[in-house]
Design a protein around this ligand. Structure first.
Ligand code: DGJ
Length: 721
């Protein structure tokens, strides 16, 4: 059997090419030498799934061998990765290996965002063909050696003269010969995103995904397949992160021989894609990582990778401006004068940017009108936007503004002029979300019209930042302007349109900071992060609920992509009251900002804000670029929630603890700080004591017992000479 082996610094991925042209998945895990086909066994498998060229050999079954990319019709009855049909709709494929090649660098995926890398990045491309369908399948692997990441994507080309049909095409599929696994996945809803759930993978399909047109609050397109005994600091685990922001599926199950298969990619619901002669279809990319040392290490691989090989642009590695956003301060109830008042306070406190949220355009406010008309409401603003922005900028602040480009209200000039630009189904009343409809971004003329309106605003007011919102899911996947098969292609084409739109924006404004937003975390994924180096993590700004949300996010995404703000108390979403120090400690674990009426603060609160800004400015590098450690889990219902950042050279660490449960006469909580040099001594700024790295890593420090809940503690450790 010919072997194709991909090595990163600490991992090995091996594929076997059978003499019959089948591709077998032999191994993915810790770096190793050798021929892993020695792990294969061939016992009698009931004469099922025997390829014709093995006629009579009941030990050769496509249904039990580990497949690299299983196709429906090949004799593998498990969950397949590809289902294709010929022009008359007859499904069934038989792709066989033709060739493969390694090359330096990494190619882009036409129309889709993907990871990038220059130095030390290689690729491998495997080509298979199907004689009946006259199609060519390309499996592409990106090899990020230092980063320990392997990317996968797939394309299929119709090489014949007849149309073909694609009914399912996953970005990756992988089989494990042995092992008991659990799927760690992240579910949620609006205001309550990224709950961590652990589901054992047994003999039924564990399946998560989205059919909402966006990746969604309900399931995040990032999962971990972990061996049963895996924890933060030990055990084997695999990460799968989909670089895509639309409908998706991630599925895992054990087969009849207790082998585990996992797959990720486009959802096959509402997917029925005609592939014209000579056309090529491209799947989104997945980012695969493996850790032999538990979940912390796996997360750290993703943190660095998303920061360095997914995020782009000027703001990729630098500190983003500390901002104040007027949404929770005023909602729709503001005037230009009120905005300038808030900005004046902001400048005085040391805040660096003012962001004008929803409500500044068309007839907007309340929220059932105006979307689609990106023309300044000068009556409300008391003048031109430019005059307000000039006042704000003269205070020394940068200026940011909110858009929701993909949406339209029926009550808007845009909709009245172009009702067919919205996604609705002829003859059926549309389903609404926040009284709005989704614009048909699969159509270039629609994107062009919105782009022209947006750029007119950005250009005329010299905007430094935009927040791009998207507040409802897609329900009616029908385009009025389609020159292609509508059903089964719209959701994919819509996403390509959204990406083209973002591509254009980022090319035209390379220095503009863009924050992705979708009612909070509804489109929080590595796809959007290729354009927006930060994403509003949740519309829930309560510090305590955010602990759980930001804990979930930390498994697959770095702190530097999280948008997180201090808001007023009682909190507007759940009524909880927390101290401003607690709100600051949580908001600082992200892109720090404020979202409250600064003109209503007490003198003491203002002093604290000045101190917070100085504090964040001092520590942001450690927070955003340090190694991140989860020191407690909300799943354990502890008395506290804790996490720490340790500098890569292990000379300093910052430990944050929030108490979440109070009990009378309670035992003392010892909180660990991880990632330190165990042989070194560290001095703590707050306690004034010195501790050995060994003690901090294994026992931790005692937490003061303070009555009441939700107190924040911060400990900064510095290595002693
Ligand atoms: C939803 C966002 O998540 C909020 O931050 C805010 O921008 C509103 N939309 C405005 O409508």
């Amino acid at each position: 059997m010919e072997l194709i082996t991909l090595n990163t610094k600490n991992t090995t991925y091996q594929i076997g090419v059978e003499p019959n042209g089948f591709l077998l998945h032999l191994y993915y895990g810790a770096r190793t030498e050798g021929d892993m086909s020695t792990l294969l066994t061939r016992y009698f498998r009931g004469n099922n799934g025997v390829p014709y060229d093995h006629k009579g050999d009941g030990t050769y079954s496509a249904d039990s061998l580990p497949q690299e990319y299983s196709c429906y019709g090949s004799g593998d009855y498990r969950n397949h990765a590809l289902r294709m049909a010929d022009a008359s709709g007859v499904q069934g494929a038989d792709f066989r290996y033709q060739s493969h090649r390694f090359y330096e660098g990494k190619a882009e995926i036409p129309g889709l965002p993907s990871s990038y890398g220059k130095e030390g990045v290689g690729s491998c491309e495997i080509i298979l063909t199907d004689a009946r369908l006259q199609a060519e399948l390309t499996l592409t692997y990106g090899i990020f050696y230092e980063e320990d990441v392997i990317t996968r994507s797939v394309s299929v080309k119709n090489t014949g003269e007849q149309a073909l049909w694609l009914d399912k095409i996953m970005s990756m599929s992988m089989d494990f010969l042995t092992g008991e696994y659990q799927l760690i996945h992240f579910w949620g809803r609006h205001f309550n995103e990224m709950n961590t759930e652990i589901t054992p993978v047994g003999h039924e399909l564990v399946s998560i995904g989205s059919r909402r047109g966006v990746s969604g609050h309900q399931h995040n397109p990032f999962v971990i397949l972990a061996q049963k005994e895996c924890g933060e600091e030990y055990g084997s685990c695999y990460g799968i992160s989909l670089v895509y922001s639309g409908n998706f599926t991630i599925q895992a199950e054990q087969d009849q021989y207790c082998q585990t298969r996992i797959q990720a990619g486009l959802s096959d619901e509402m997917f029925h894609y005609p592939l014209a002669a000579k056309e090529t279809f491209y799947t989104p990319e997945v980012l695969l990582a493996y850790s032999a040392d538990g979940l912390t290490r796996l997360s750290q691989i993703y943190h660095a990778f998303i920061r360095d090989h997914i995020c782009r642009g000027r703001f990729q590695h630098i500190r983003r401006p500390i901002l104040v956003n007027n949404w929770e301060a005023t909602y729709f109830d503001f005037t230009g004068e009120k905005l300038v008042e808030i900005a004046r306070e902001a400048a005085d406190l040391g805040i660096e940017m003012f962001v004008l949220d929803d409500g500044w355009f068309g007839s907007r406010g309340p929220d059932d009108r105006g979307l689609g008309d990106w023309v300044v409401n000068e009556k409300k603003m008391g003048g031109t936007l430019d005059s307000v922005v000039k006042k704000i900028k003269s205070l020394g602040l940068q200026f940011g503004i909110w858009f929701e480009p993909e949406m339209v209200n029926e009550d808007s000039d845009l909709y009245r002029a172009h009702p067919d630009w919205a996604l609705t189904i002829p003859g059926k009343p549309p389903v609404l979300g926040r009284t709005q409809l989704v614009l048909d971004f699969s159509r270039k003329e629609v994107r062009d019209a919105i782009f022209a309106q947006m750029t007119a605003v950005i250009d005329s007011t010299q905007v430094d930042y935009i927040k791009v919102d998207m507040n409802r899911s897609i329900c009616e996947a029908y385009s009025y302007g389609a020159d292609y098969q509508n059903f089964g292609t719209l959701c994919y084409r819509y996403m390509l349109g959204v990406y083209e739109f973002f591509e254009r924006l980022t090319k035209r404004y390379p220095d503009l900071l863009i924050e992705g937003c979708s009612s909070g975390g509804a489109r929080f994924d590595a796809g959007l992060m290729c354009y927006t180096p930060q994403i509003w993590a949740s519309d829930n700004t309560d510090a305590i609920e955010r602990l759980n949300i930001q804990y979930g996010i930390s498994f697959g995404y770095p702190v530097s992509v999280i948008g997180s703000h201090i808001s007023a108390v009682p909190n507007h979403q759940n009524g909880r009251i927390t101290e401003i120090d607690t709100r600051a400690a949580v908001a600082m674990s992200g892109n720090f900002g404020y979202e409250l009426d600064l003109t209503k603060l007490s003198g003491e609160e203002k002093d604290k804000i000045r101190h917070q800004i100085a504090d964040f400015t001092e520590h942001w590098e450690l927070i955003h670029h340090g190694l991140y450690y989860r020191d407690s889990s909300p799943l354990e219902q502890k008395e506290y929630c804790a996490w720490n950042y340790t500098s890569p050279d292990r000379t300093e660490a910052l430990l944050t603890v929030i108490t979440t449960n109070t009990r009378a006469n309670s035992p003392v909580s010892y909180v660990r700080c991880r990632g330190l040099d165990r042989d070194a001594m560290y001095r703590c700024d707050e306690t004034g004591f010195s501790y050995s790295g060994n003690i901090l890593s294994s026992i931790g420090i005692p937490l003061p017992i303070v009555p009441g809940e939700y107190h924040a503690f911060r400990f900064h450790f510095k290595k002693e000479d």
